[in-house]
Design a protein around this ligand. Structure first.
Ligand code: ATP
Ligand code: CA
Ligand code: CA
Length: 422
């Protein structure tokens, strides 16, 4: 399940990578944040800033435990997205991600080979992405930026940063930082990854019974007769936003994205407490980054930001001083219609009265252009006898099918059963 991971201690195979990612983020993001804000230019969208880390350190980069190179892409654009569009507090962002150099790793849940890491407080996800996805995000960054500006309530993945770590032997790891749709303070009782396609979209039900945190798919949704319980008001809002978002994805000519649905049952509450227990089991002690003496930073804005980042009171405020997860909503999502009820969208009846369920919804995995998908398909075709069944439909059809499926799963939407006979 997305909410349970293994904390990465020093002996973990990916410790060095994690350390490098977080060190790079900390330095690059605080440098960018120390600069004076100005209107974005075209160059900001293609900009990349290079950092070189080593154990000695220099004016630009403090000493680090390992040698590596770091690239920060379009830092000003992402800063504006974070601060203006996604309403993140700049200091909180850095603290949540890098305060203690601990992430938990989900491994590779999809077949793409991407790895997922959660920040300690579970607010942020680092997803390693393929070079092609990286290039693709850079190429559409302006469109994405514009869409987010015009659609403050978009359900699309919120990208907070795009970076690359290069290890001494030359290996390059690209990654994005994005929102965790699921909140740290609520158990998720059921998870669905819905595409609007039914072919091969079944998680075995017998296995699902034993794995309550499994990510279920379209056919599970249909077979279990589920629907999104939303009254007329929320239904109309969600439909309209999904329509705009899928139109946008159609224009981008991408495929294979899904609507991720997490369901919290308020009657059940947090009784299961799975995440909290898991987190308490692991308690690696990770030494802090080796730093130059504070005086060598002087009193530049960056230096101040760095020192601020280390203040224990801040860590306490954010619940980062212990391995406990916050018990309450962190508050930053309250500006957004679909994330304003405990970080999600509370179910309502036909009179728009609240019901006992909270949905956590978002459109994820949006960086696969059709051309890449065709290549993947070619690969799968070679492996499967049922190849005609997995033939991708072009982005226009994909988006239309996606949107009508999502309309159909809302209460009164007629149900998604008819999609079975596609
Ligand atoms: P594939 O291409 O094979 O589908 P992928 O590596 O691109 O896999 P995603 O589809 O992005 O991975 O995500 C895989 C799973 O990780 C999702 O089904 C979901 O359970 C979890 N996940 C991804 N993004 C988020 C998010 N923003 N918030 C919470 N969970 C997420
Ligand atoms: Ca996916
Ligand atoms: Ca993918």
């Amino acid at each position: 399940s997305p909410l349970v991971g293994n904390l990465i201690g020093e002996n973990h195979v990916n410790y060095v990578l994690m350390y490098n990612m977080l060190t790079g983020i900390r330095i690059a993001v605080s440098r960018c944040q120390a600069k004076i804000r100005r209107p974005l230019t075209d160059e900001d969208f293609t900009a990349r800033h290079k950092y070189s880390f080593d154990i000695i350190g220099n004016e630009l980069t403090p000493s680090a435990k390992y040698d590596f190179k770091f690239k920060d892409y379009a830092p000003f654009v992402f800063r504006e997205l974070r601060e203006d569009s996604f309403q993140l507090d700049p200091a909180d962002y850095l603290l949540s991600l890098t305060a203690k150099y601990i992430l938990s790793e989900l491994g590779s849940p999809g077949k793409s080979g991407s790895f997922f890491y959660f920040s300690r407080d579970y607010r942020f996800i680092i997803k390693t992405i393929h070079h092609s996805e990286h290039k693709y995000l850079r190429s559409i960054l302006k469109d994405y930026y514009r869409h987010v500006k015009e659609n403050p309530h978009t359900l699309l993945s919120r990208f907070y940063g795009l970076h690359r770590v290069k290890l001494p032997h030359g290996r390059k790891i690209h990654f994005v930082i994005m929102n965790n749709l699921f909140p740290a303070h609520k158990d998720i009782h059921e998870t669905y990854d819905l595409k609007g396609s039914t072919v091969g979209r079944l998680y075995p039900e017998d296995k699902a019974q034993q794995t309550p945190r499994a990510v279920l798919k379209d056919l599970n949704w249909i077979n279990r007769n589920k629907s999104l319980e939303l009254g007329p008001e929320k239904r109309a809002l969600l439909t309209e936003q999904l329509r705009r978002d899928s139109e946008f994805l159609k224009k981008l000519w991408v495929m294979d994205y899904s609507l991720l649905v997490g369901i919290h049952n308020m009657q059940r509450g947090n009784r299961d407490n799975v995440r909290r227990n898991t987190l308490k089991v692991f308690s690696p002690s990770v030494p802090p980054i080796r730093r130059k003496p504070a005086k060598s930073y002087g009193s530049s804005p960056e230096a101040m930001a760095m020192r601020r980042a280390m203040r224990e009171s801040d860590l306490k405020r954010l619940g980062l001083d212990t391995l406990q997860l916050p018990e309450e909503d962190t508050g930053d999502r309250q500006h957004f219609i679909f994330y304003q009820d405990e970080g999600g969208l509370q179910a309502t009846d036909e009179q728009n009265e609240s019901m006992d369920t909270i949905y956590y919804l978002g459109v994820i995995d949006i960086l696969t252009p059709y051309s890449t998908f065709k290549k993947l398909e070619h690969f799968w075709k070679g492996l499967s006898a049922d190849r005609h069944k997995i033939s991708p439909v072009p982005p226009t059809e994909y988006a239309d099918r996606f949107f009508s499926f999502m309309k159909s799963i809302m209460r009164g939407g007629g149900g998604a059963a008819r999609f079975k006979s596609e």
